[in-house]
Design a protein around this ligand. Structure first.
Ligand code: ZN
Ligand code: ZN
Length: 185
């Protein structure tokens, strides 16, 4: 995966009332546009989940391709089973970050005024557009669904030990399932 640059916007957010403002004042005569923001760290976690799920999906696909080609003889079965157990742990898709609505004007000034509750303390806070965050979560959700679609054959491989008498039938069923999931991918 190539690293995606984060479109980070640094704002000052009041820890009391939640008001948001960028340091430079508005130059005046601007048009304002709505801009929903989320904390950059929560968005970074969503991007990390996307990367982890992309890796997992690639591993599951590669393993199923091997299962489909394999004879599933004793030694092979044991090795593939160990790998199947490892790739059955899927990273969680993070919860959506809480979005805050701000207004950005043509000059770049951003604000989200609030009725102040008294003392305003406004530490800098790294935010990113909520739009980017929503897109990352949608991608993570789609990847997780695709990875889950490949899971049944891997679970069968991971958690079954065929009795000698059923060995060939089990191997055949598993190869068929692996091939079917490969083709649908
Ligand atoms: Zn302005
Ligand atoms: Zn305040």
């Amino acid at each position: 995966m190539s690293p995606r640059p984060l479109d980070v916007i640094t704002v000052n957010q009041c820890i009391g009332c939640g008001a948001i403002e960028t340091p430079q004042p508005c130059l005046g005569g601007c048009h304002e546009h709505r801009l929903d923001l989320v904390p950059a760290d929560e968005h970074a976690a969503a991007l990390a989940a996307v990367d982890a799920l992309e890796t997992l999906l690639a591993e599951r696909r590669a393993l199923l391709a091997e299962v489909a080609r394999s004879t599933l003889a004793d030694g092979e079965w044991a090795a593939l089973r160990t790998r199947a157990r490892a790739v059955l742990h899927a990273p969680r898709v993070p919860e959506p970050a809480l979005e805050v609505t701000t207004w950005r004007c043509d000059c770049g000034h951003i604000e989200a005024p609030q009725p102040c509750i008294g003392v305003c303390v406004r530490p800098a806070r790294a935010m990113v557009p909520a739009e980017d965050h929503r897109a990352a979560l949608a991608r993570a959700t789609a990847l997780a669904a695709e990875a889950e679609r490949l899971a049944p054959a891997l679970r069968q491989l991971a958690w079954t030990t065929p009795r000698p008498a059923h060995r060939e039938a089990t191997a055949r069923a598993l190869r068929t399932a692996a091939s079917a999931q490969q083709e649908a991918a």
